[in-house]
Design a binder for this molecule. Structure first.
Ligand SMILES: CC(C)(COP(=O)(O)OP(=O)(O)OC[C@H]1O[C@@H](n2cnc3c(N)ncnc32)[C@H](O)[C@@H]1OP(=O)(O)O)[C@@H](O)C(=O)NCCC(=O)NCCS
Length: 191
């Protein structure tokens, strides 16, 4: 297994690895069909094994002019971290994280930031990899039935059928009947 910088010819393998790795997670429908291009400088690494991309990490980082992270200081935001399901639990995710952290230290970044949901084992994985939780809010997926109980727009010709929303208040209990909801948690690792 080789960890190296992402290159343009990796894009197809990157997309396939990311989609497959998220299939069994709370992010299963967060599908990207292309790799995004970041506006700010970034660390973009892939793990290659058996002639395919089996892991990836993308970190866009703060500069003097632009802030990417939500926490104070100069940090790097982990936008994507994924290991192909056939290659999970082999240490690839940890090695990607360590390599990315080494690069971040060379760039004088003070911390890495990651957001993940409370379903699945990714939060536990971050905690085992020296991250601590510093913030949280909720992601809500409202079905057509849930929508019947929420505010509708004034235009009768426009009827939303589903909704994806974030909730930052402290009365999550009011959404008890909504089946698909996640706590979205911010994790920080000091470098
Ligand atoms: C979270 C994720 C990136 C972790 O990657 P991974 O490569 O499976 O993780 P690792 O192999 O480094 O660590 C997992 C386990 O393997 C163990 N391990 C480490 N090195 C190992 C090795 N050489 N051989 C066997 N097992 C090893 C680790 O100790 C760890 O064990 P634990 O469950 O007791 O903690 C991966 O599961 C994934 O892509 N998940 C779906 C997408 C996702 O949730 N992304 C992050 C949130 S946005």
């Amino acid at each position: 297994m080789e960890i190296r910088n992402y290159q343009a010819s990796d894009e197809r393998g990157w997309v396939r690895c990311r989609v497959l790795s998220f299939l069994d997670t709370a992010y299963y429908d967060d599908v990207h069909r292309e790799k995004e291009k970041f506006e700010n400088p970034s660390i973009e690494l892939v793990a290659e094994k058996d002639n395919q991309i089996v892991g990836l990490i993308d970190i866009e980082y703060d500069t003097e002019d632009e802030k990417v992270c939500s926490e104070e200081g100069t940090g790097g935001m982990i936008w994507h971290l994924a290991v192909h399901p056939d290659y999970q639990n082999e240490g690839i995710g940890s090695q990607l994280m360590e390599r990315a952290s080494e690069e971040a230290i060379k760039l004088n970044l003070e911390f890495l930031e990651a957001w993940t949901r409370d379903a699945g084992n990714s939060a536990a994985w971050f905690e085992k990899n020296a991250y601590r939780q510093v913030d949280e809010y909720y992601h809500l997926y409202l079905s057509d039935q849930d929508m019947a109980h929420t505010v509708q727009p004034g235009d009768d010709n426009l009827q939303p059928l589903y909704m994806f929303a974030q909730y930052t208040g402290d009365n999550i209990e009011q959404f008890e009947s909504i089946e698909r909801k996640y706590k979205c948690m911010c994790y920080i690792r000091n470098l």
